[in-house]
Design a protein around this ligand. Sequence first.
Ligand SMILES: [Zn+2]
Length: 80
Amino acid sequence: MTLAPELLAVLACPACRGSLDVTGETEGLLCPRCAVVYPVREEIPVMLVEEAVPVREWKKGRREANPAAVCFAGLNGKTG
Ligand SMILES: [Zn+2]
């Protein structure tokens, strides 16, 4: 699987707007500034802060955001 260089060029970290690096296996896009990896699912980069995986977790093999963090984000997003 490869991501087009043109695609990578226009992608930016949603948190810091910094440029992203492709991780070794092109399974994710690394933001060096935030030290998080945005997963690539079915060749589509998931550019959501809530889906970002901390680099140290990513290196352990985790490919999904912390469920607790997702839950927390969900609670924050609730209006009623
Ligand atoms: Zn960032």
